[in-house]
Design a binder for this molecule. Structure first.
Ligand code: ATP
Ligand code: MG
Length: 420
């Protein structure tokens, strides 16, 4: 309000714009407040002492006030788009034109707090009260200019539980394939916002039915017309802790598994999908198509391979159970296991695993190793690739209580070294 009033005192038009107006009309607390004005970026900078020109070319100036950073953007219209994402030029214009360049009618509203008045050039208020997500202007053109809007549509529709208006929906299906031109990082950013909160229950079926998962994941056999119809009752993705916010690596682990199996959790399928080579391939494919960080990739991999390892035909060893349970991703991996069990995948095994996990709650599953590489060197062994294997096997023995102290551990290590 401070920033807005100051612009008004300077003789400029200034409105709240976009997401914050929408959120307030929905009775929700906005994440942030954006201001749109007819002051040019230069004039905005002259009005305030603490500013930063982040997107001066687009007319965006950040104004710092106390704890807040307010984005102040000059009314503009965007000239032709060239790379499927960014306008090649902008020119400063009127509130009406500024509303027209925004993506969806619910995001195209202004609010004048001094007159307590919504300024609506795009029919956003009516759509909001009818729970409709509608592209502003020609839907086909809007998705052709900026393909990221395809994902934004999914995100807003699921977050606010909106129906996608038919013309907008048809245009999304027509443009779905263009998503491959959007950078993996931007796609990942949208997916993170969409698939981690509980409203993912609305996002996932939409991504599936609008054909947006193929250009995102870019692997696996494409779904046929027959399995394109989403069946929520059979989706393990939706069965994963439905009421909770989940971490992105878990969302990706469950999501890629579902995508790959076309959501149909037949026992045999999942056992195959979760087999080690397959899980590795799945993780590699996701990392490539989303360029997620190494840390997130690792977490996703540990979840999938950990779960997969526990569901193969051979009964897991105590060491395997403890290693699994001690890993920081265990709570996430267990969420995935519970979802699989609920869907009837390896339900008996998962029931058995749950009993083991509750026993392990009171056990130290990650004791300090009895011996290290230095102990092996001190015993005269030469460093090499076998070190890692020996230490792994000795630690297994420690976890299973087959060696109790350092000398027993060294005895086993020397025996293992001698065997090669
Ligand atoms: P959120 O609460 O998720 O931040 P938001 O509506 O504020 O939602 P932002 O991405 O912060 O979304 O963008 C602010 C406003 O800018 C939007 O409300 C919309 O009017 C406009 N906008 C953002 N991205 C696009 C886009 N890709 N195409 C057209 N308009 C956009
Ligand atoms: Mg915003």
């Amino acid at each position: 309000m401070d920033v807005l009033s100051q612009l008004r005192k300077g003789g400029f038009i200034a409105y709240f714009a976009g997401g914050c107006v929408r959120d307030q009309l929905l009775g929700l607390q906005p994440k942030d407040f954006d201001i749109a004005t007819n002051a040019t970026p230069k004039q905005v900078q002259e009005q305030f002492s603490n500013t930063q020109a982040v997107g001066a070319a687009f007319g965006v100036i950040l104004v710092r006030r106390r704890q807040s950073v307010i984005e102040v953007a000059t009314f503009r219209s965007d000239a032709s788009y060239q790379d499927g994402r960014h306008p090649s030029a902008v020119h400063f214009s009127t509130p009406q034109e500024d509303a027209q360049r925004r993506d969806f009618t619910i995001n195209g509203l202004f609010f004048d707090p001094l007159e307590d008045r919504v300024i609506d050039f795009v029919g956003g208020q009516a759509d909001l009260s009818n729970h409709l997500l509608r592209a502003i202007g020609e839907a086909d053109e809007r998705f052709a200019e900026d393909h990221l809007r395809l994902l934004r549509a999914m995100r807003f529709a699921s977050r606010f539980n909106l129906t996608i208006e038919p013309k907008t929906a048809e245009a999304i299906v027509r443009h779905a394939k263009s998503l491959i031109r959007i950078s993996p990082e931007r796609i990942a950013e949208e997916l993170r916002m969409m698939l981690t909160p509980p409203t993912r229950a609305g996002a996932w079926p939409r991504l599936w039915e609008f054909g947006l998962l193929e250009p995102i994941f870019r692997f696996g056999p494409p779904p046929t017309a027959q399995n394109r119809k989403f069946n929520p009752a059979r989706s393990i993705f939706l069965a994963v802790s439905p009421d909770d916010v989940i971490d992105f690596p878990l969302a990706l682990a469950a999501g890629s598994l579902c995508y790959q199996s076309h959501e149909s959790p037949a026992n045999a399928d999942f056992q195959m999908l979760l087999s080690d080579p397959f899980a590795r391939k799945l993780v590699r494919a996701v990392r490539q198509s989303l360029k997620i960080s190494n840390e997130e990739t690792d977490r996703m991999e540990v979840i999938l391979r950990g779960v997969g390892g526990l569901l193969q035909d051979a009964m897991p060893s105590v060491a395997q159970l403890k290693r699994f349970y001690a890993h920081p991703t265990a709570p996430d991996a267990i969420r995935l296991l519970l979802a699989l069990q609920q869907m009837g995948v390896r339900a008996d095994r998962i029931g058995w695993l749950r009993e083991r996990f509750s026993e392990l709650e009171s056990v130290d599953c990650a004791p300090i190793p009895l011996i290290s590489g230095e102990d092996l060197l001190a015993a005269g062994l030469s460093a090499g690739p076998q070190f890692k294997r020996i230490l792994y096997e000795v630690y297994d023995a420690q976890l299973e209580g087959r060696v109790q102290d350092k000398s027993e551990a060294m005895g086993l290590a020397l025996k293992l070294a001698g065997g090669h």
